[in-house]
Design a protein around this ligand. Structure first.
Ligand code: AMP
Length: 458
């Protein structure tokens, strides 16, 4: 799917106010993406929506632009909090996605006198209270923190006329259903509901039955499909050779990359190992403090970090324009996570590469992924790597057999699995080089909007 429309629909033809059109122009968008083309007229009509769209399709603008348009007649320049009740509530599963969505609301609404605010957990609730009490029309929130504010009576939701559930599937995965039910019970019955989800499951259909009224279903890609502009490939490789292959791919590709691991521990270790390899790497996962995660994301956004090692908790909501490459260092056990992971690249019509390193033990997960995306992922030939013994035998074998002639300096990792020496052979990867390292101001422009997607419940 190419999310940039080939039709002649323009933003101007979508009945949006001049102030909104000006903000769109400021963003540099020339035409609506398909999800925007479909959703905007329906939202303006007041319909409930069940929209199947993954991050990267322009879904945030698809709900934010008509939302702003609908609230515009209610905008007030009065300082009185009573004139700024919460009229639109946007719920997201993660704090980073919440931040990102609210930044979009601010950007698209920058010429309008509407107030917006984001509230999420993990920070002192008292810092959020004054702004909330001053009154905001558009509130972006993670469910847990919103409930805290409700309990503290720092927010009233009795004038909400639009509810947006963003990444609803992930909210369910994260167990937010009880929180959602509590919040929804506090909203006026008469309201418009929009639900966005990257994947459609039976649970999502049930959620839609429970919370939406006669919704229109729109989909910009087959549910559970992957972007056509993401070139997917796999390498079949022993677990013990994955680090060597990764180092080879990173060095031959030399592009901004997110590397996904299954566990926090692997993410941390791998990031440290890559740093020792001379790669500007950092890790983001749930054990890092909010400040550490934001710093890592910011450094990646600025190009100071070129390889971000992330767990699945970071798979959602990362908004990086034109991220050229995603590598699955470990294959996710839930096939939907694969779709989310590779959705980090090939965004808004740009092309991208998604490479998966599949060990024999992971074949079964690959099969499930291929079943889900309804296609076989082409296999690449392995570049010549120095294969090392399997993890459990590493130490013994290394004692028996001396390392080969030109070893790299030994690493100090305490885990033998990560301790394999690596000697790059000649570059035999034939993957095309898409990007050069980001040092120029243009490079910075190419990843302008990275904000996280750590799936931490607040
Ligand atoms: P989203 O799916 O909302 O996370 O958006 C993905 C990316 O597409 C963001 O970086 C947006 O700034 C960008 N985007 C949204 N709408 C458009 C558009 N009409 N044209 C070009 N880029 C867009």
């Amino acid at each position: 799917m190419n999310p940039v429309s080939t039709e002649t629909t323009t933003f101007a033809s979508l009945n949006l106010a001049p102030e909104i059109l000006r903000a769109i122009e400021d963003q540099g968008y020339t035409k609506p993406t398909p999800i925007q083309e479909q959703a905007i007229p329906l939202v303006l009509e007041g319909r409930d929506l069940m929209a199947g769209a993954q991050t990267g399709t322009g879904k945030t603008a698809a709900f934010t632009l008509p939302l702003l348009q609908k609230l515009l007649p209610l905008a007030s320049t009065s300082a009185s909090p009573a004139r700024h009740p919460v009229r639109a509530l946007i719920l997201t599963p993660t704090r980073e996605l919440a931040i990102q969505v609210e930044e979009s609301v601010k950007a698209y609404g920058k010429h309008l006198p509407l107030r917006s605010l984001v509230v999420f957990g993990g920070v002192d609730i008292r810092t959020q209270t004054p702004s909330l009490m001053r009154g905001v029309e558009i509130l972006v929130a993670t469910p847990g923190r919103l409930l805290d504010h409700i309990e503290q009576r720092t927010v009233q939701l009795n004038q909400v006329q639009m509810l947006i559930l963003d990444e609803a599937d992930r909210m369910l995965d994260m167990g937010f259903m009880p929180d959602l039910k509590r919040i929804l019970a506090l909203l006026p019955k008469q309201r418009q509901n929009l639900m966005f989800s990257a994947t459609f499951s039976n649970e999502i259909k049930k959620l839609s039955d429970d919370f939406l009224t006669n919704p229109t279903l729109i989909e910009v890609a087959r549910s559970n499909a992957t972007n056509d502009n993401v070139e997917q490939k796999i390498y079949r490789v022993d677990a013990s050779s994955k680090h060597a292959l990764l180092a080879e791919l990173l060095s031959t590709q030399n592009v901004q990359t997110i590397v996904f691991t299954k566990t926090k521990l692997t993410a941390s270790r791998l990031s440290r190992l890559l740093q020792k390899d001379g790669v500007a790497a950092d890790a983001i996962h749930g054990d890092k403090s909010q400040q550490e995660r934001m710093q890592a994301l910011e450094a990646f956004k600025q190009g100071k970090v070129t390889t971000l090692v992330a767990t699945d908790v970071a798979a959602r909501g990362l908004d990086i324009d034109q991220l050229p490459m995603v590598i699955n260092y470990e294959i996710p056990h839930a096939p939907e996570d694969y779709v989310h992971r590779i959705g980090r690249t090939g965004r808004a019509g740009a092309s991208g590469i998604a490479i998966s390193l599949v060990s024999p033990e992971e074949e079964k997960y690959l099969k499930e992924i291929e079943k889900l995306i309804k296609r076989e992922i082409p296999q690449e030939n392995l570049p010549q790597l120095q294969t090392r013994p399997a993890r459990e035998h590493t130490r013994e074998r290394e004692r028996e057999a001396p390392r080969s002639a030109t070893p790299k300096p030994p690493r100090k990792s305490s885990d033998p699995w990560f301790d394999r020496p690596y000697e790059p052979e000649q570059s035999s990867s034939d993957l095309p080089l898409r990007h050069t390292p980001r040092t120029s101001s243009k490079a910075k422009r190419e990843i302008p909007a990275l904000l996280g997607g750590l799936l931490l419940k607040d």
